[in-house]
Design a protein around this ligand. Sequence first.
Ligand code: AMP
Length: 605
Amino acid sequence: MTAEEQIEASPFEVFGFDPIILEALSALEFELPTPIQEQAIPLLMQGRDIIARARTGSGKTAAFGLPLLERLKVHADHVRALILAPTRELALQVTEAIRSYGKGLRVRLVTVYGGASYTPQIKSLDTGMDIVVGTPGRLIDLMERGILDLSKIEVVVIDEADEMLRMGFIEDVETLLAKTPKGRQVALFSATMPPVMRKVAQTYLNNPVDVSVEASALSSDHVEQRWMRVPQQHKMEGVLRILESEPRGPTLIFARTRVDCADVADVLAKNGLSAEALHGDLPQSSRERVLGRFRAGVIQIIVATDIAARGIDVEGITHVINLDLPKTIENYVHRVGRTGRAGRAGLAISLVTPQEIRRITELSHRLKVDIAEQQVPSNAQIIAFKRSLVVSEMLGDEAPISDELMAWFETLKQDHDVETLALRALRLLGSDRKIPMDSKPDPRPPSWARGGTPVRREPVRRDPTDSRRPTAARREPVGPDKLHKGTNEVELFIPLGKQRGLRPQDIVGALANEVGISGDLIGRIEILERKSFVGLPKDIAEVVLQRAPMLQIRGTNVRLTLAFTGPDAPPRGDRPAPRDARTPDKFKTDKRPFTRKPGRGKKAP
Ligand code: AMP
C-alpha cells in the first residue's frame, strides 16, 4: 500500500483533518481513533466546550491535540491556545505528543513550568508561539510579568484537572481562565469529576458537553501488575527467575535499546528458552517473520523495544516483563496493554532498581492501579515449577502405550520394585534437564534480593469522588526520633514562608516538578511567616533529601532538611532551624500559622 492509499484509508479522515496530520497519524501507526477521540474530536472541531472524563492512556492528548492542530495550522504570531498541565512531566509529554501529531505543520509550541530558568521560556515566547503548554504557577508568573499575553487565546485545555485540584492548583487555573477572552473554547479533561471541579466547569465553560468513556482499550487496570526489586546488575537473572518459576504463555519482554534486546534474547536462548529480539533496526520482512513465528507459537518470548512493539497485536500474551521502567507513563500503559487483551487475564511485571522505586510508586498513583511488590523467585520455587513441568509433560503425553512398551514394562516389574523404577526414572529425567531431584533447594530469594527491607507502600485505592488528599489530621506529625522506628510520615523544613509570598501550591508545584512527587503523596503543609513544613511519607522524604535537597521554590533556591520535631522540640512557631538549614531568618514567632486545607490551595483566614 502506498503512503497516499494509507492516508486515504485513514479512519481519522472523517474528522476532516489536514492530510499532513493524517500522514503523521499513519506514521505513528494510529489505526483507529480511541473511544475518547471518537467522541471528543467532532465536538471540539465544532468549537464546543467539553468536559471529558478520560484518564492517561485513553488517547486524550490526541483527542484535544488534533483539533487544536487543525485549528491553528495557519501560523498567527501570537499565542492562540493554552494547555494547562499539573506537572512539568505531563506538560513536556503533552508538548512532545502534539509535536509528533503536528509533524509537518508549522504550529509552534513551547512548554513552560516552574523550577526552571525563565530565560529560555521567555525567549521562546518572544519568537511567537501558537500553543503554550505549562503548569499554572509559571503561566501566571509569565502573565503577571507581561510576557504571556492571554488576550487572544482561542482555546484553553485543562489536562488532568482532578490532579490540579489535588495539588492545590485549581485557584490558579481559575485565575488563568478568568484572564482569557470570553468567547474562547475550553476543553476540560479529568479522570474523575469531583463536585468542586464541576463547579469550576459551570462557572467558566460555555454550555459544555459531557464526554465520558468506559475503561479504554489503552488503559491498564484490567491487567495484574507487579514489580520486583532487582539491582541493575542482576536484571538478567531476575528475568530468568520469573520466566522459570511460573506457568506462562507467549511472553513479551521490553528492553530499552536494540542492543539490550539482542543481548537478552541471546542469554535466554542460551538458557534453553525460545526467544528472539524485535527492534526497529530489523528490516520489515524480518520483523514480520519474527512476529509470525511468535503468533504460531514457534517462539515463546519476544524481546522488544517500545517502538518495535507498537505494532504488536498478538492475542494471548500472558506476560509482559519490563526489564527497565519505560521513560513515560504512556509507554508503560502501552507495554502493559500488550497483555490482557480480549478480556483475558494478563500479568505485567516490572523490574525496578532500588533507585527507581519512587517511580513505580508514582506510576501506581498516577494510573490509580495497584502495582504490588513481588519477591524474587527462590531456587525452591524455580525447581518446584520445573519438576511440575516434567510431571505435566509425562501425564500430558496421551499417545497410546504400545504393546512393545507394555511387554517390556511387565518384564521389568518382575525383576524390580515399581516405586524404585519410577523414582530412578524421575531422577534420570532431572539430570537430563538439569533439574536437581535429590538436593533440597533454598527456599529463600537469592542473596542479592535479601538485603534490607523493601520500601513498601500500601497500594492506593482512592475514592474517585474524594478530592481530598491525606492530611496530617489523619496522620500524626512525627520527628526524627520516630523516623527510625518504622513510622511512615515525616516533615521537611523549608526556610521560606509567608513573608516571601509562599503558597501551598508553590511547595506542591516544586516537589512535583523538580522531584516528580505526585500531589497525593504530599501531606500537611504549614506555612509560617519565614518558614514552612511539608509532610511526606518517610521513603519519599528520603528520596527528596537525597536527590534534591536544594529546591527552587518561588524563584528562590532553598535547602530542605528534616524538620526538628519530637519531644524536645520547641513550640512550632519559634522552633529553631535544623542545624544545617541555611536560612537568613532567625525564626521569629509566627502568630497565625497558615495551614493548608486538604485538597485545596486556599489560605486559612
Ligand atoms: P494519552 O492518553 O494521550 O496519554 O495516550 C496514550 C498513548 O496512546 C500514547 O502513547 C499515544 O501515542 C497513544 N495513542 C493515542 N491515540 C492512539 C490511537 N488512536 N491509536 C493508537 N495509539 C494511540
